[in-house]
Design a protein around this ligand. Structure first.
Ligand SMILES: NC(=O)C1=CN([C@@H]2O[C@H](COP(=O)(O)OP(=O)(O)OC[C@H]3O[C@@H](n4cnc5c(N)ncnc54)[C@H](OP(=O)(O)O)[C@@H]3O)[C@@H](O)[C@H]2O)[C@@H](O)CC1
Ligand SMILES: Nc1ncnc2c1ncn2[C@@H]1O[C@H](COP(=O)(O)OP(=O)(O)OP(=O)(O)O)[C@@H](O)[C@H]1O
Ligand SMILES: [Mg+2]
Length: 322
């Protein structure tokens, strides 16, 4: 029986033990893909950094393959950041197409993603996605297909904007993980609970929110990260950095995708008993916070997201040496 809490009344999760329990061994018998195939749906004309941070973090943590489904404009830019990523330039924003093209483009997008969908262990929906209505409509269709195929989804950034306005996309889907920052959490609470964020009763409110969306898992980001699936709640407060450079949430989304895939593999073998989405969130949060503190020790005020990504490998090695 796996315990997510450390002993005592604190909500703090035993995140180091959780990390160690779900990280797979590196065995010579394994083939490419067994350690995880992740896809990020995000990246538009404005934002190319966010999907890159998410997808490259997944690889640096140990996934074997990392795909990005983005707009045609964003693709060459994301490809130029890294030859490691498999980049699909399939999405379109309204400015680049005529109204009469919309239905055929929408069908093409879903046909392209469908070719790959069953191979993915997890999707990350939203990093740098933007808010173009036509693009979000296509992404809604991608999410519906992922759900039909029982593919887990980590929803972040503009994916949360989409989901907050259309809760049915995730409501009642236990393989959905929402990772809101302070603004995104506020919008979710207002929409689902018709109230304002109440920090005095923060854990109860988080439990109600996760329950209100039908048992999805929510990772509320902040000074401490709080995680709940509507039944249990826990926190990750260890490590962290005082630098709040943009992009740390993107590292987190890619990390959670990998860890929840690993946690599901462990759960299928009966090695863990906690909800794998909770384990994935706790592990992702702890690793990001550890890498951020390591990067800050070295770079101080000039710490950027790229510096934190560079520390992911050493952080993993210190927590779970190979
Ligand atoms: N290097 C990169 O590429 C990075 C890219 N990033 C990407 O940026 C995107 C937004 O994420 P974020 O974190 O800025 O969202 P958040 O805190 O709610 O917003 C702050 C304020 O901005 C506003 N606002 C935001 N988007 C808007 C829009 N499209 N159109 C209009 N308003 C918008 C918002 O206003 P509000 O909606 O509250 O009225 C709030 O006041 C997301 O795709 C993320 O992945 C980040 O991951 C960082 C690294
Ligand atoms: N005040 C804080 N103190 C310590 N750590 C924090 C604080 N705020 C956020 N973090 C850490 O940074 C991570 C990212 O949270 P943040 O709120 O910056 O997300 P975000 O706004 O979505 O980021 P992004 O810029 O990638 O969109 C969280 O997992 C959390 O661990
Ligand atoms: Mg964010």
């Amino acid at each position: 029986m796996q315990s997510v809490m450390s002993s005592g009344p604190s909500l703090e999760a035993d995140s180091v033990s959780i990390l160690r329990s779900i990280i797979p061994g590196l065995e010579s018998t394994k083939h490419k893909g067994q350690a995880g195939k992740i896809a990020v749906v995000g990246g538009c004309r404005e934002y190319t950094g966010a999907p890159y941070f998410s997808a490259i973090s997944a690889l640096k943590i140990g996934a074997d393959l990392s795909h990005v489904f983005c707009t045609k404009d964003a693709a060459p830019v994301i490809k130029s950041y890294s030859p490691e990523l498999i980049v699909h330039p399939i999405l379109e924003e309204s400015y680049s197409i005529r109204d009469e093209e919309k239905s055929s483009i929408s069908a093409k997008v879903i046909a392209e993603v469908e070719k790959w969908m069953e191979r993915f262990d997890c999707l990350v929906v939203g990093p740098g996605l933007g808010r173009d209505p036509f693009l979000l409509d296509c992404v809604s269709n991608i999410m519906k297909h992922a759900r039909e195929r029982n593919v887990p989804m980590v929803i972040d950034g503009d994916g949360l904007y989409l989901v907050t306005n259309c809760l049915d996309l995730v409501s009642g889907y236990p393989l959905a993980v929402l990772t809101p920052n302070v603004n995104e959490y506020k919008r979710l609470v207002q929409k689902v609970l018709s109230s304002e964020v109440n920090d005095e009763n923060g854990t109860d409110q988080l439990l109600s929110l996760a329950k209100g969306i039908g048992g999805v898992t929510i990772l509320r980001k902040g000074k401490s990260d709080f995680v709940s699936d509507g039944k249990t709640a826990c926190a990750v407060s260890i490590y962290g950095s005082p630098r709040r450079c943009g992009g740390q949430g993107d590292i987190l989304s890619g990390s959670v995708a990998v860890f929840l895939s690993w946690a599901r593999q462990c759960a299928a073998k009966g090695e863990v008993s906690m909800n794998p989405t909770i384990l994935g969130c706790v592990a992702g949060s702890a690793l990001l916070r550890y890498a951020a503190s390591m990067a800050f020790d070295k770079k101080k005020r000039s710490t950027l997201t790229g510096d934190i990504i560079e520390c992911l490998g050493r952080s993993l090695q210190e927590i779970c040496p190979v």
